[in-house]
Design a protein around this ligand. Sequence first.
Ligand SMILES: Cc1cc2nc3c(=O)[nH]c(=O)nc-3n(C[C@H](O)[C@H](O)[C@H](O)COP(=O)(O)OP(=O)(O)OC[C@H]3O[C@@H](n4cnc5c(N)ncnc54)[C@H](O)[C@@H]3O)c2cc1C
Length: 362
Amino acid sequence: MRVAVVGGGAVGVTAATEAAEAGADVVLYERGELASGSTGRAAGICYDAYAEDVDATVAAEALSRFRELGVLTECPYVWYARQGDGSEVAAIREQVPRMREHGRDVALVDPAELGERYPQLRTDDVAVAAMARSAGHVDPTEYVQAMAERALAAGVGVRTDREASLAGPTTVESPDGTAEFDAVLVAAGPATKDLVGQVGVEIPSKAYRAQALVTEPLRATLPMAYDASREFYWRPRAGGLLVGDGTHEADPNDWDPDADAAFEEHALDRLRDATTLDPDVDRSWAGLCTATPDRDPLLGEVADGLHVATGWHGHGLMRAPALGARAAELLLGGEGIDAFDPDRFDGDEEFDVVEGTTLDEE
Ligand SMILES: Cc1cc2nc3c(=O)[nH]c(=O)nc-3n(C[C@H](O)[C@H](O)[C@H](O)COP(=O)(O)OP(=O)(O)OC[C@H]3O[C@@H](n4cnc5c(N)ncnc54)[C@H](O)[C@@H]3O)c2cc1C
C-alpha cells in the first residue's frame, strides 16, 4: 500500500513511522525541517490526567510510548484553583474522581501539604489542588528525531523542504512532481484546513496563537503546574522555568512567531504572584495551536483515501505517540475513534476557540 503523509510534526512523523513499520510504502512531505511547525514550539508537558475515558486511555498509551523511547523526564503535574474562583474549584473537585475511575494516578492534595513539599509555591489562597503523578516533560524535537530515526529505518521516504499540495484526494503535488497514493494523511497542523480545502473538503478547524517564555536559570524546585485561576502554566526547563498561556485566534498564513512584550510582563507578574520567584526572561516565542467546535480532535477519513489528523487544542504533542499510531492504523484500514471522527461535523460550523487547558465543561 502506498501512503503519503503531509506534515513532519510529532503527529505526522509518528504516523509515517507506524504505517511503514506495519508494511506500507510511505512518503513523508514536510515543507521545512522536521518539527519546524507547532511541535518545535511546544512546551512539552505530558500527563494522562483526563476525565473522559477515551482521552485518559490515549494519554496513558502515549506516556507509555514516550517512556519506551526514553524521552520522558518524569515530573509531577499539579493544577489548582484559588479561593473565590467557584467554577474552577468545582471543576477540579468534579474531574479528579472521574480521572481516578479511569485508573489515573491522580489525587486531590491538601494545599498546605503542597506548600510544605514545594516551599517556593504560594499556597495561602489555593482552595483546591490536584496532582497527577504519571506525568513529565519531553523535548519535542528530541521526540521527533527519535521517531525520524525509526522512520528512516522502516524505509519512509522523508522529503524535507518539500511543500505539498493536493491535486486530488490521493494525489500529491510537490517539487518532486505529482504522485498517486492509495491513502494520504494530512497532519499539517494549522495548514491542514487549507490543504484539504484544495480538494473541496471543509473541516471545522481554527488556528490560535499560544506563547511561551523560558526564564533565566533559577534555584527552583517546583512541579509542572497549571494555575486554573490565573490561566497559565509552567514546567522546569534548562535550570529555569518555561511559562506559557494563550488563546488568541490567528490567521495561520499571517501571524507573529515572536512573543508579545505584554505576554512576557503578564506571565512574569503571574509567576511572581504564584511563587516566591522573581526571574528575568531568557527567551520567548509564539506558536499556533488548532481548535475544533467540541474541543476533540479531527482524526479520520474526510474523502475517499484522504485522512486528517488535527485539532489538538494545545495537547497534540502529549498525545502524538498514541494518536499518530492510530492515524496509521486508520490509513491501513483499521478502526477509528468515534469521538474523534471528522464525520461528526458538516465542516462549516461557526465556533469560538476555547483553549485546551480550560477546566470548564463544554
Ligand atoms: C507555545 C506552545 C506550547 C505548547 N505546549 C504543549 C504541551 O506542553 N503539550 C502538548 O501536548 N502540546 C503543546 N502544544 C501543542 C503542540 O505543539 C501541537 O499540538 C503539536 O505540536 C501538533 O503536532 P502536529 O504534528 O499535529 O503539527 P505541527 O507540529 O504543526 O506539524 C505540521 C507540519 O506540517 C508542515 N506543513 C504544513 N503545510 C505543509 C505543506 N503544504 N506541505 C508539507 N508540509 C507542510 C509544517 O511545516 C509542520 O512541520 C503547544 C503549542 C504551543 C504553540
